[in-house]
Structure formats: structure tokens, C-alpha cells
Ligand binder design. Structure first.
Ligand SMILES: [Zn+2]
Length: 274
């Protein structure tokens, strides 16, 4: 099993996909699997995780998982590359899931111009509907932005952003990071920040104040160095925490304390102690 040295100060994983991890491992995405993953995470200092939906069915799974595990929280949405064919009934179910007390965000939603799969116009229309949903339930918007920085920021401006906005797997440069901070958004950094070929992402992290920082795995994807290419898991988050702390110029303990405080302020997570 891949591992990372445990953190001295606890932190939470702001964006993961526990169901997709199980699917990738070829095992059932059941309560035993979730409990095992969270037990391993906790041993590494990762005391909670937000598991994120990318379809209606996955969102349903996330809320159920969060309901059964006190250290798991849900985010619900349909990923921009999965929006074709979404119906009003689907949105009604998403709204009900988003209103669940264990759901702490609407996401991941946004724009993805990397995969040439879903027309940008359709993605944009559904992104707007997700923004409206986040506002209607009063929960943070968790954004997926892949090669679509300009349009994501424009649509947020046009619609009026929800009170809390989190860029999951932030992939912009320092200029975009400054723009996001100025708008009050939070930036969640993934394992990419450990990659040798990601100096621009480390430069971006360096301009983000602690109150705007989050850290995530996006497991089973974006596995940090030196495990790149293998399946990611919340227990590997310490590798990303240390790289982000170094890039942002903080001790890891200081970063972890800030991330915990941000999780409580933005997502309403209970205080995670030290
Ligand atoms: Zn994701």
C-alpha cells in the first residue's frame, strides 16, 4: 500500500471521490470500504474528507456515504462533461440532495474545455443552473475549471457568485490566483503541486493568503509525487500538504491549522482540533 509520513497537525481532504476509488480498485463502494479508507487517512493525519459527486447517481452515493460516516461530507453536482441529457427531474433530485445536512457544497460543477465531449454552450448553461442551485441552498460552490479560466470567471461575475466559491484542483497561474483571492474565492491545491513540471502552480500558491487555501487529493486522480501514476487516496494528502506549505512559505502545521479553520468557516465542518 502506498503511504505518506503522517502529518503532525490534522487536516481534511477538501475534494475526493471515494466511490471512484473503489471502482478503480475493482472493489464494492460500500460502508466497509469507506471506513477503511478513512481509517487509513486518519492514521496519516487526514481526519475528514469531502467526497464529491459528478453525476446524479454519484451524488446520491456521496450523501449516503456522508450519512453513514461522521468524518465524511458530501458535495453534489453533475460534472460539466456529464451534463448532456440532464432533466428538470434530475435537478429536483440534486436540489434535494444539496439540501441534505451532510451535503456541504454544490460541486463539482464548472467548465471543462479539455475533453472534447460536451459542447461549451451546454456546459455553460448547466454551470449557471448549478450556481443558482448553490445560492438557493446557501452552500458553497465547488468549481471544476479545466482550460476554461476566462469563461468560469466571467460566468461567476455575470451570475453573481455564491457567498463561498472554491476552485477545486486549482490550475491557474499567479495572476489568476490573485484575481480569485480578490473576489473572495478559495483555492484548493491538488497533488499536481508536487510535480517537477508545475512551477507555475507553486508560484500561484505563493500569492494566496492562508485564509484562501485548501488542499485536496481528487482521488483516485492527481496522485502526488513520488506515487504519480498510481491510484490516489486521502491517506496520501500529507505529500501535497508539505509541497503546498513549502510553495506558500508556511510551516505545514500553520497551513494545516489554516485549512481546518477554512473548512469550518466555508463548509461548516466541525472544529477538527489539534
Ligand atoms: Zn474531482
Amino acid at each position: 500500500m502506498l503511504t505518506a509520513d503522517p502529518l503532525a497537525s490534522p487536516v481534511f481532504d477538501a475534494h475526493t471521490h471515494l466511490d471512484a476509488m473503489a471502482h478503480r480498485a475493482g472493489v464494492p463502494a460500500d460502508d466497509a470500504y469507506v471506513a477503511e479508507q478513512m481509517r487509513e487517512a486518519r492514521a496519516a493525519g487526514v481526519v475528514a474528507a469531502i467526497t464529491v459527486g459528478d453525476t446524479v447517481a454519484a451524488s446520491r452515493w456521496c450523501v449516503a456515504a456522508a450519512g453513514g460516516h461522521p468524518d465524511v461530507y458530501a458535495a453534489v453536482a453533475v460534472h460539466p462533461t456529464e451534463v448532456d441529457g440532464l432533466t428538470d427531474d434530475d435537478y429536483a433530485e440534486l436540489a434535494a440532495l444539496a439540501g441534505d445536512p451532510r451535503c456541504v457544497a454544490v460541486g463539482e460543477t464548472g467548465l471543462d474545455y479539455y475533453w472534447d465531449r460536451t459542447a461549451p454552450a451546454a456546459q455553460q448553461e448547466h454551470f449557471r443552473r448549478h450556481i443558482a442551485l448553490a445560492k438557493s441552498v446557501g452552500k458553497p460552490l465547488m468549481i471544476h475549471d479545466r482550460e476554461a479560466h476566462v469563461d468560469v470567471l466571467r460566468i461567476l461575475r455575470e451570475e453573481g457568485a455564491p457567498e463561498q466559491v472554491v476552485f477545486h484542483a486549482f490550475s491557474g497561474d499567479a495572476a489568476m490566483a490573485r484575481e480569485c483571492v480578490a473576489a473572495g474565492y478559495l483555492l484548493s491545491f491538488p497533488g499536481v503541486i508536487t510535480f517537477k513540471n508545475a512551477p507555475a502552480l507553486r508560484d500561484a500558491a505563493a500569492v494566496v493568503p492562508l485564509e484562501h487555501l485548501l488542499v485536496e487529493t481528487d482521488a483516485p486522480f492527481l496522485t502526488p509525487h513520488p506515487h504519480r501514476g498510481r491510484p490516489n487516496a486521502p491517506r496520501l494528502l500529507p505529500l501535497t500538504v508539505r509541497a503546498l506549505a513549502a510553495a506558500a512559505g508556511h510551516d505545514p502545521e500553520v497551513l494545516c491549522a489554516a485549512v481546518r479553520a477554512n473548512g469550518t468557516r466555508v463548509f461548516g465542518l466541525p472544529e477538527m482540533g489539534d
